[in-house]
Design a protein around this ligand. Structure first.
Ligand code: SAH
Ligand code: SF4
Length: 357
């Protein structure tokens, strides 16, 4: 029952509809009370949008017809359109091309393995960190994604696959820590018990080493997993392939990471792309182990996915040798080798780039 029959305010003066997708529980509660509704109405909307992933107001059966009509006419409950799906790895990897309301394109990837369903989400359209090896970097930066657009990527995957999602990784297009507030708000909604109810350790945020973001993440004691794209064992090589290292060096990043309180569920993950003749020697492997061995960490080795041909994946024997050195010296470091999924549909790490404009 409505708390008040007072007239609901019309859409705002600029004729803009209210974008509800992406609002937090508190924001939805406040938004509802401003319109003469109860706070509980906000809770219901939160659950419909995130727990049940409903976008049609008709399905919101515990909300009055009058308010549903108001929502239908004045609000935006979905921010992305699914444009295209590409499949590979016998259909277990699917890349979704999605379109925003302002006509821009972005991508999300769904990867099904035995008992895991991992979704790789984009945080920005393009990226201005400009890593030399990355296809997303080469498309430049268009804009940050909104909270709603981040969430709608996950909902598009749920709709398409109808398989519950077990893990989320912010490893798609963009640098999550350059869109910190929106990415963390989306992660909070993924984690929220009345939202998507995903465990905090099932959400991983990968950064190229944006020091202010890392500092903030640690200071705020965020419980999501942190992944750092290291990719080199010397400042000189890292600066060459990742110009961001000019601004925030390996040394500075490591000094900050020493403040991170890891635990068995929440180890820092270092990502290391293996690139031919750049960072793939046995000496690199030795340096890599000695750099990270004091951290409670995981190491993710990613044989490079070729994009425009400027960098190559090392030969098989070179990769084997590199891994052998790592395994022999690894101590407590947990090593994972990620033979990327979806290379044939350019859905693998660093291959996400779409034409915009
Ligand atoms: N901007 C963030 C997250 C997106 S990139 C970051 O850089 O961490 C996700 C991962 O893909 C990073 O570890 C990046 O180093 C890696 N990557 C980029 N291009 C790649 C490529 N062509 N092959 C393999 N991994 C790549
Ligand atoms: Fe941006 Fe990450 Fe690609 Fe670097 S690797 S350009 S930070 S998306």
């Amino acid at each position: 029952m409505e708390t008040s029959q007072k007239k609901l305010p019309p859409i705002d003066a600029a004729g803009q509809k209210h974008v509800l997708k992406g609002m937090t529980l508190e924001e939805l509660q406040a938004w509802c009370t401003e319109r003469g509704q109860t706070r509980f109405r906000g809770t219901q909307l939160f659950e419909w949008m995130y727990r049940h992933q409903v976008t049609e107001t008709a399905a919101m059966t515990n909300i009055s017809e009058r308010f549903r009509e108001y929502l239908r006419e004045n609000c935006i409950l979905t921010t992305l359109k699914l444009q295209k799906v590409s499949r590979s790895d016998q259909g277990t990897t699917q890349k979704l091309l999605l379109t925003t309301d302002d006509g821009l394109h972005l991508e999300a990837v769904s990867m099904l393995e035995e008992n895991r369903h991992t979704v790789c989400l984009s945080s920005q359209i393009g990226c201005n960190v400009d890593c030399d090896f990355c296809a997303t970097g080469s498309m430049g930066f268009l804009r940050n994604l909104s909270v709603g657009e981040i969430i709608d990527q996950l909902i598009a995957v749920y709709r398409l696959t109808e398989v519950p999602v077990t893990n989320i990784v912010f490893m798609g297009m963009g640098e999550p820590f350059l869109n910190y507030d929106r990415v963390l708000t989306a992660a909070d909604i993924f984690h929220h018990r009345q939202g998507f109810d995903l465990g905090a350790t099932r959400i991983t945020i990968s950064t190229s080493g944006i020091l202010p973001g890392i500092k903030r993440f640690i200071r705020e004691k965020r419980r999501y997993k942190l992944a750092v794209s290291l990719n080199a064992t010397t400042e000189a090589i890292r600066t060459r392939i990742m110009p961001v290292n000019h601004t925030w060096s390996i040394d500075q990043i490591f000094a900050e990471l020493r403040l991170y309180k890891s635990d068995s569920q929440r180890k820092i993950m270092f990502e290391y792309i293996l690139m031919k003749d750049i960072n793939d020697s046995p000496e690199d492997a030795l340096r890599l182990v000695s750099m990270i061995k004091d951290f409670d960490c995981k190491l993710n080795i990613i044989p490079y996915n070729e994009t425009d041909g400027r960098y190559q994946r090392p030969d098989e024997e070179v990769i084997e040798k590199f891994l052998e050195v790592l395994y022999n010296r690894r101590g407590n470091i947990q090593i994972l080798v990620r033979w990327s999924k979806g290379q044939d549909i350019a859905a693998a790490c660093g291959q996400l780039a779409v034409l915009n404009g």
